[in-house]
Write a new protein. Structure first.
Length: 300
């Protein structure tokens, strides 16, 4: 089953997306999946299996190769999925208290009814309990399957996310300090426990002027601790880095940059211009820069 109306799947063009969908449907059906394309970024089952085969990461993989290689790459991708299916899903965690890890995922990457009762952490992003076993991540959209309430599963997931190790690198980009949290596919999810990241990895207990944060893909969290008016330069660098990473990286989350207040409230750092042709500072960042400018003037 195929609809001629194919959504553009970044970073491909609409024509390239159409080719991807046609090749993916053929490969999926060859490997025994009963699926259809429904104008989104996934193939969805037409039987009772409930399978959802995402195309977003596959699109980012094939985009790096000549189109002549796409049939082979797509065939290998769905062949791997079929082997995983034959092996069956991973067993539920025997010890969910210590195994569940909270994970950020795009709401539109899952069927709407699976996340209908989950609030957004950031626009379009929801947090769900998950486990990782031999590199395979399994998300649990109904904690009742584990004998848990949402509240308990979230609590366990956040506690284990706090303990999950990650790599932390500090870089100076044109004189502006940017911190990159990487080394795990849960790196961006560390935004859910940002206070712990700031305290344990940046030795910052309570940033007086907040933090700029970007989580463009699942495996990176970018941070800048605000101290002075260099926040404007930092915002420009983060917008550029986040846009590029979100457009090409695996596991895209959001290209937006946020300002996290000292009270750990997340606010967009930019806003659309009236004609929507460019970005401008959000009211929160405008107020912040006024405060920083006033402080600098009073200290001179």
């Amino acid at each position: 089953m195929y609809s001629a109306e194919v959504a553009r799947i970044a970073p491909l063009s609409r024509d390239q997306s159409t080719v991807l969908v046609k090749l993916s449907l053929a490969a999926a059906i060859t490997h025994g999946f009963t699926v259809a394309y429904d104008r989104g970024v996934a193939l969805v089952s037409t039987d009772s299996s409930g399978a959802v085969l995402g195309l977003s990461n596959l699109a980012r993989t094939v985009a790096q190769h000549d189109r002549s290689e796409w049939p082979r790459l797509i065939e290998e991708h769905f062949g791997c999925l079929a082997r995983q299916l034959r092996q069956g899903p991973p067993a539920p965690p025997a010890d969910p208290v210590n195994e569940l890890i909270q994970r950020l995922v795009p709401r539109d990457a899952l069927p709407a009814d699976w996340t209908a009762d989950r609030p957004d952490f950031l626009p379009g992003l929801v947090a769900v309990p998950a486990t990782i076993n031999d590199g395979t991540v399994t998300m649990y959209l109904d904690p009742a399957d584990l004998g848990l309430t949402w509240s308990a599963a979230d609590s366990f997931g956040l506690a284990n996310l706090q303990k999950l190790s990650a790599q932390v690198e500090h870089e100076e980009i044109h004189g502006v300090g940017i911190t990159f949290v990487t080394g795990t596919s849960f790196a961006a999810s560390k935004a859910l426990v940002l206070d712990t990241v700031l305290r344990d990895s940046l030795n910052v207990e309570a940033p007086q002027y907040g933090v700029l944060a970007a989580l463009p893909t699942r495996d990176v969290l970018m941070l800048h601790v605000v101290e002075d008016l260099s926040v404007i330069s930092a915002l420009g660098h983060l917008l550029n880095l986040a846009a590029r990473s979100h457009a090409t990286g695996q596991g895209p989350l959001t290209p937006a940059v946020y300002w996290v207040s000292p009270e750990q409230t997340w606010h967009p750092a930019t806003a659309d211009s009236p004609n929507r042709t460019s970005l401008r500072l959000s009211p929160h960042i405008e107020a912040l820069t006024r405060d920083l400018a006033a402080r600098e003037e009073s200290s001179t």
